[in-house]
Design a protein around this ligand. Structure first.
Ligand code: HEM
Ligand SMILES: *[C@@H]1O[C@H](CO)[C@@H](O)[C@H](O)[C@H]1NC(C)=O
Length: 148
């Protein structure tokens, strides 16, 4: 009886394995190639299943996909504040405070030259490491909104 039960269990397990092999492997994601408005960019915060929880960020008005850095930028990461945002100001000022990023277009004219050079260094870092997706598209509505 015990042997019978055991072999039935084994047959069941093997059957499951065979069945599993029939499942298609998860399809690799296509590289993102797309200019985005700030609103579209917001979807790529790592929390939206409709875009496969992919993560993008904007720096110097260019968008990069940072999904493979999700330990940094994902919902539990230390730099999640940049995810789905044009985060130039945070890179320039070494801030991880989401509230530093204005809702509309960020006019960065108040940055000091040191801050601008930090921003440029981060741009080199991010752009050498992550695939470029496109550019940020600003709408007339973004221009109207005031920087804090
Ligand atoms: C006490 C403060 C901080 C510490 C100790 C720290 C530490 C680190 C370390 C160790 C890494 C590299 C991890 C790795 O490559 O495995 C890293 C990466 C990074 N840090 Fe920080 N950090 C700090 C603050 C900040 C701030 C304020 C910013 C804001 C701009 C920032 C932005 C970044 C970015 C963008 C990366 C690169 C992630 C990537 O490779 O995609 N960090 N940090
Ligand atoms: C980018 O910056 C991070 C954090 O300082 C560093 O660990 C990494 O080596 C840099 N990467 C490049 C390509 O500069």
């Amino acid at each position: 009886m015990v042997l019978l039960a055991l072999s039935a269990y084994l047959v069941y397990q093997i059957g499951c394995d065979l069945f599993r092999k029939d499942e298609p492997p998860p399809k690799p994601l296509e590289p993102l190639k797309q200019d985005m408005t700030l609103k579209e960019l917001k979807k790529y915060s790592g929390r939206d299943a409709s875009v496969d929880n992919r993560i993008c960020l904007g720096i110097k008005d260019e968008i990069f996909e940072v999904t493979r850095g999700k330990n940094f930028y994902g919902p539990d990461g230390p730099y999640n504040c940049f995810a789905g945002r044009e985060a130039s100001r945070c890179f320039a000022t070494f801030s991880t405070d989401e509230d530093d990023i204005p809702e509309g277009k960020d006019d960065l004219s108040d940055l000091t030259s040191d801050q601008k050079s930090s921003l440029n260094d981060w741009y080199e870092n991010i752009s050498s490491k992550y695939p470029k997706v496109g550019k940020v598209i600003y709408t007339p509505e973004d221009e109207v909104k005031k920087t804090k």
